[in-house]
Design a protein around this ligand. Structure first.
Ligand code: INI
Length: 159
């Protein structure tokens, strides 16, 4: 019997791309900070000169899947992290954006075989989003851990 598990060490061969939405950047900037803090503490080189980590900014969460697809298909990265914040507020736009980004991100992972971490917060209010981006805890940290786990798990799996 084989048992497969990911690890949480930033193995030197692991290259990560992060796609971040500028929309609601008060929130997404904090998610990015938390994510980078986590990756750095687990051995990923997060310096501006790093060859292990690249960051792509997109206008909003709706654009995340397209750019994640390009990065995942490039063959350069073992894992892609997506960061966004879709806040319901008063806008019916919310449902459209959430549906597109969630289905899009899942499709990119399946079509490329590269794990794509879904780090897009979907909340009713800005307050709830901020609570998840640092006021209470910072889910960016969790997304960093999940990227390390999935990147190393996929590398360990056969096929
Ligand atoms: N983009 C977000 O990332 N979060 C939102 O809450 C949001 N709302 O509510 O409209 C949002 N809209 C922009 C969208 O992602 C696209 O960038 C835009 O429609 C251009 O394609």
């Amino acid at each position: 019997m084989a048992s497969f598990e990911g690890t949480f060490t930033g193995a030197s061969g692991l290259r990560i791309a992060i796609v971040v939405a500028r929309f609601n950047d008060l929130v997404t900037g904090k998610l990015l900070s938390g994510c980078l803090d986590c990756l750095g503490r687990h051995g990923i080189d997060t310096a501006a000169t790093s060859s292990q980590l690249d960051i792509a900014w997109v206008p909003g969460s709706f654009e995340i899947p397209l750019v994640a697809q390009r990065l995942a298909a490039s063959g350069r990265y073992q894992v892609v992290i997506t960061l966004g914040a879709v806040i319901r507020g008063d806008t019916p736009h919310f449902d459209v954006v959430v549906a597109e980004v969630s289905k899009g991100v899942a499709a990119v992972g399946r079509s490329t075989g590269v794990p794509v971490i879904f780090g897009v917060l979907t909340t009713d209010t800005m307050q709830q989003a901020l609570e998840r981006a640092g006021i209470k805890s910072n889910l960016g940290w969790n997304y960093g851990l999940q990227a390390l786990e999935m990147g190393s798990l996929m590398a360990a799996l056969p096929g």
